[in-house]
Design a protein around this ligand. Structure first.
Ligand SMILES: [Zn+2]
Length: 156
């Protein structure tokens, strides 16, 4: 971890505690050269790979999940704090399952499960993006299987 002040490569940890959110471990460091202090955040390594539709793999990235969810929730009642909570819950569920690989499709299903519990508009928007509904009937089915008073939405 490079010192942000003098770019020295070595530092010592002066304090570390587990932050109560998705960003994992927060550490206070002190540069061994200039003695200035700085803070780092280290994401917990889930050792989880996402298998994409194309057949390639990538590391599971909570931040990417948050971006996708933020996008889906833009015009819904789910704010950024709730999005982070959902991403945290999904990450925890994956972590608890000890899975090493999850398909992108399964990850999408999991996200939809959490969204559906909270806000149908966000759920459908997310579904439109990640499930790529084959036709409008599928969208209507999704709307009808949920609370009709919440169902007015546009699919983008
Ligand atoms: Zn330094």
């Amino acid at each position: 971890m490079k010192c942000p002040f003098c770019k020295h490569e070595e530092s010592k940890v002066t304090d570390s505690r587990t932050a109560s959110d998705i960003h994992g471990i927060r550490r206070r460091r002190e540069c061994l050269k200039c003695s200035k202090r700085f803070t780092t955040f280290e994401t917990v390594d889930l050792l989880l790979q996402v298998k994409k539709r194309s057949g390639t793999y990538e590391d599971f990235q909570p931040d990417k999940l948050i971006r996708g969810l933020d996008n889906a929730c833009r015009h819904s009642r789910i704010g950024h704090a709730a999005v982070r909570k959902i991403a945290e819950d999904i990450t925890k569920e994956l972590s608890d399952s000890n899975a090493r690989v999850i398909t992108a499709e399964k990850l999408g299903d999991l996200a939809m499960k959490y969204l559906q519990e909270r806000d149908v508009v966000a759920y459908i928007r997310f579904a439109c993006v990640y499930k790529r509904f084959k036709d409008i009937d599928d969208v209507i089915d999704a709307i009808q299987s949920t609370n009709p008073k919440d169902a007015a939405t546009d699919c983008v």
